[in-house]
Design a protein around this ligand. Structure first.
Ligand SMILES: Cc1cc2nc3c(=O)[nH]c(=O)nc-3n(C[C@H](O)[C@H](O)[C@H](O)COP(=O)(O)O)c2cc1C
Length: 375
């Protein structure tokens, strides 16, 4: 029997991938201001990374104007943003690529400076992120997190509707599917985890209740897209943005087993060893492997991310731990990453200083391997 590799084809929902090198969702804070719509620079960046039959998961994009926690993030709630995203999608499609959009609401990982009228950010409960983590204001200043305002039970359907609207807008923009951001300490994970969810209504308390918001959002998005074009991202055992469940196994087992029968396009993990990689260079030791722990509970396509190289990605796929591997940081610095991995070309190191905000530098100016050879 021949084992699948990083370069075996893979069916994801209705789409036939030609390889399994997925571009992970990557916040880059370079949208147009003040519209927060993707602009030509963003089109060029995604087009550089598109390959025939390659899956790109576009950066997390708030579904509503209360869902932001950093400046320069593209949204998916206005006509201008939909039009901007349409150009990104068209450019990726022109190269034969497949592109999903990650739907986002940051919840308490926001600051009143982002909120209409300077209101407090909303969250499942009025619990602030601890002071070891810092918030960023709309002006880019680093400050303490505020204590968010707990959503009323009566407001929750409105938040779920915002995800539904974001999903509809992504459909209008021409995306091939959407991924629900249930990872990294943002709103959905705040509902999942007991440290950020102290609610006593049907959205808090028991594991079943804490998983309810994730399930309600997922079902709302499925109504728009059909299950096989919807993915969900989770980060069990993660510690990003003040998250962390004391005993993650029962919580995430329940969540994954509840999602499994829905027939989603895929489930997508952030491996615990790389939790918080967006904020700092991490390589957590003595942590479990999400793909190894949860693969037996998931019957669909499983994508995972976190510090993979071509070799470790191939090994994970050959072992059956995952079906595809998402690459984040090295996809930033290697626009032609699938080809480089296939040919075992050297990998250009990334420059963390240019991850967030700015223009071309560290964004669209990383050369492809062949351009380097000519230089
Ligand atoms: C600059 C940067 C931005 C990121 N933005 C997002 C994001 O918008 N959504 C998300 O789910 N993960 C985000 N992540 C996490 C990555 O998708 C990925 O899971 C992580 O970097 C680990 O993969 P890697 O080791 O290949 O970089 C981000 C990471 C980095 C470095």
């Amino acid at each position: 029997m021949k084992f699948p590799s990083l370069f075996s084809p893979l069916k994801v929902g209705p789409y036939q991938l030609q390889h399994r090198v997925v571009m992970a969702p990557l916040t880059r804070m370079r949208a147009e201001k003040p519209s927060l719509a993707p602009r030509p620079l963003n089109v060029e960046y995604y087009a550089q990374r598109a390959t025939p039959g390659g899956l790109i998961i576009a950066e997390a994009s708030p579904v509503v104007n209360t869902g932001f926690g950093s400046p320069g993030i593209p949204g998916i709630y206005s006509e201008q943003q939909i039009a901007g995203w349409r150009k990104v999608v068209d450019a990726v499609h022109a190269k034969g690529g497949i592109i999903f959009l990650q739907l986002w609401h940051v919840g308490r990982v926001s600051h009143s400076s982002f909120q209409p009228g300077g209101a407090l950010p909303v969250a499942p409960s009025a619990v602030a992120i601890s002071s070891e983590f810092k918030a960023m204001t709309a002006e880019g200043k680093v400050v303490e997190y505020e204590t968010p305002r707990a959503l009323e039970t009566s407001e929750i359907p409105g938040v779920i509707d915002a995800y539904r609207e974001g999903a509809k807008n992504a459909l209008k923009a021409g995306f091939d599917g959407v991924e629900i951001h249930g990872a990294n300490g943002y709103l959905i994970e705040q509902f999942l985890q007991s440290r950020s969810n102290l609610r006593t209504d049907q959205y808090g308390g028991s594991i079943e209740n804490r998983v309810r918001f994730l399930m309600d959002v997922t079902k709302a998005v499925i109504e728009v897209w059909g299950a096989n074009r919807v993915g969900v991202r989770l980060s069990p055992y993660g510690i990003a943005n003040g998250s962390g469940e004391a005993d993650p196994m029962p919580l995430y087992s329940h969540a994954i087993k509840s999602l499994d029968p829905l027939g989603l396009a895929y489930l997508h993990f952030i491996e615990p060893r790389s939790s918080g990689a967006g904020r700092a260079e991490v390589n957590h030791q003595n942590v479990p492997s999400a793909m190894v722990l949860y693969r037996p509970m998931w019957s669909g396509v499983l994508i995972t991310a976190g510090g993979f190289t071509g070799e470790t990605a191939d090994a994970a796929i050959a072992a059956g731990h995952a079906d595809a591997i998402a690459f984040g940081r090295i996809f930033i610095s290697n626009p032609d990453l699938p080809r480089r991995l296939r040919r075992a070309y050297p990998i250009t190191p990334y420059n963390r200083a240019t991850f967030y905000g700015g223009e071309q530098k560290g964004y669209t100016d990383y050369p492809a391997h062949d351009e380097m050879a000519q230089a």
